[in-house]
Design a protein around this ligand. Sequence first.
Ligand SMILES: NC(=O)c1ccc[n+]([C@@H]2O[C@H](COP(=O)([O-])OP(=O)(O)OC[C@H]3O[C@@H](n4cnc5c(N)ncnc54)[C@H](OP(=O)(O)O)[C@@H]3O)[C@@H](O)[C@H]2O)c1
Length: 347
Amino acid sequence: MPTSRDISADKFVFGCHRFGFGPAPGGGQVDVERHVMPLVKTAWEQGIRAFDSATLYRATLQLGRALDALGIHPNEIRFQTKCLRYLGLAVGDAKEHQPEALLQGIPARYHGLTDRWDGSYKGVEQQVCRERIEYGGDLLHGVALHDPPDMEKQVGLNWATDIHPAVEFLKTAKQSGFVGRIGLGIKEPEFVHRFIAEEPGALDYAGLTFCPSILRPLLKIIAAGEAQGFEVTLMGINYGQAFTLTEDPLTAPPFLYNYEVATQAERELMSRYFRICGSTPLLHLSAAVAGLLVTHFPKVMTQIVTSTMTPSRLVETMKLVREAQVPAPVWAELKAAELIPREFPTT
Ligand SMILES: NC(=O)c1ccc[n+]([C@@H]2O[C@H](COP(=O)([O-])OP(=O)(O)OC[C@H]3O[C@@H](n4cnc5c(N)ncnc54)[C@H](OP(=O)(O)O)[C@@H]3O)[C@@H](O)[C@H]2O)c1
């Protein structure tokens, strides 16, 4: 019998991005009744009460409709979303800044729209109010700034105009009780340190796309969270597809590493994990690391956001986070190879 990590269902959050972007299992458009309702029902039955979305995902209306059809009052869930990035009409000087790898997943009804950034007070207000109306509850449990480092990489970022007014709006909304918490939803760990330096006291949660290969910077963020009183949430645990591979990543077909197509260096890095893990699937390693993080840092590590379009997979992922085991010699070898930090608690 595997030993179970004591992780309450409260630590899990269901990620909604595929409700908007799809594809549905087997391909094609997502249908609320056929695809969204079974997932929301399964999440609810597993004890999940928190859902993570984003204005960009175009997924929140589907969530709201599924809750309605299932007879779950939206105020019974904790709904968190993200602002700034959204799919707007390509007019004026709007520039595309969504990574090429993600564009492939966007369904036809969003074509002709572009991934835009509106950090103005009014723009953010519109984005988050729409999210509130679409899920149907009274409040937003959290609102995160969505991927500012992506924007910076692709079109540049001006803190004073692109970030600060959004933070000011969210602070006002928090004071009024409409927004519960202010967060980040990002792929670059370093940005957390920059944000807390630029906007002291504003951050309630740092949501980071996660996998074991970023444990070292993550431990630094956890230490900052402990010192400064913000929480850390894992936005996914497989870095796109990197930790779901079952063949040597060096020679596998193209796969997503941190939601962009893996480079040669990233393939080589993943291959080192793969060879040391041997018969332990990479998926088990990432689930075990996520489970150990929430077990060892319970105050700071508050959420594992996971997503799928297959209800049984949600159940399987929760089970893996609680039960996946990595043999002691594998941990030792991963640490010796500096693929897992030596100080990381593996029991
Ligand atoms: N910048 C941001 O703020 C940001 C970025 C990324 C994610 N997020 C949030 O985090 C949520 C979760 O992200 P995620 O979907 O990447 O998380 P995840 O839970 O890490 O899942 C990643 C992928 O792993 C696959 N997977 C799981 N179990 C598997 C198995 N046994 N075999 C093969 N594949 C398996 C899933 O495939 P299937 O879908 O086919 O089951 C899924 O596509 C998102 O919905 C979003 O809310 C935020």
